[in-house]
Design a protein around this ligand. Sequence first.
Ligand code: ATP
Length: 285
Amino acid sequence: MSALVSVQNASKQYRQKGEALHDVSFELHAGQVLGLLGHNGAGKSTLINSLLGAHEYQGVIRIDGYEPVMQRDKIMQNLSYISDVNVLPGWMTVAQLLNYSEGVHPSFNRSKADALLGQTDIKPRSRIKSLSKGMKVQLHLAIVIATNTKILILDEPTLGLDLVYRDTFYRHLLEWFHDGERTLIIASHEVSEIEHLLTDVLILKQGRTVLQSSMESISEDYFILDASDEHRSTIESLKPLSFQKGLGSTKWLLSSQYAAQVEGLGEVYTVKLADLFLALQKEAA
Ligand SMILES: Nc1ncnc2c1ncn2[C@@H]1O[C@H](COP(=O)(O)OP(=O)(O)OP(=O)(O)O)[C@@H](O)[C@H]1O
């Protein structure tokens, strides 16, 4: 099965800023959900804009076999993008946008879009600019779902949405995702919110990859040890990635290569992606 997204040694230099992305590589096949993580300025949007063909880059990128800048019309048939910034045309009504989508996308399933919107408070006659932020995101997702896209990129999709909207958004997203041969890239700062959705993770810092792994390997490669402070110096010699002090004990984030050496020293827990994300941001600071 060929990759839906293939990125080899992608780099990007902005004229005024210098290098914002350095030598990033990954591949995504159907069924994979990649979490693209990094603090502000890490290079997430730069990478996404390269995938969308929005700017020139160095390296080789293929979206469903097509090169994003030269073959943008081709990639847009199977690639959709939802961001926190409002990209829907505010002057249109919901019905006009659906008519338009039906006109430009041959595979657009109007009855699917109508059914999804029927579950929301969004009315066909409403102007898009009069919708709340949460409603706009729901509308955008309904259009993406009805367009039957293969590759979806989400850039902080739920920023500013309340918990109920977030929950509905991710529920619809997952139902749609599991209903076809698709891949998903989710860029976010909200690690704990998306952690359970991911199959893979790519963490960037200052344009460079600091962690690239499947979620399965993360729990195999790292663990948390909650140990009494009498063991502090033993554990410190094992190069912990981070630690969190509690009352009389400390939680250490350790690499699995040291598992045998700390046996019996305390309680062992599975590592959360959020712990690892924070530790790596500090470590490489
Ligand atoms: N159009 C541009 N021109 C010049 N520099 C840019 C441009 N866009 C981004 N940068 C710079 O490139 C670096 C990476 O920015 P980018 O927006 O890709 O990060 P990000 O991970 O998406 O951050 P955030 O989470 O804050 O959106 C930053 O130092 C930023 O200032």
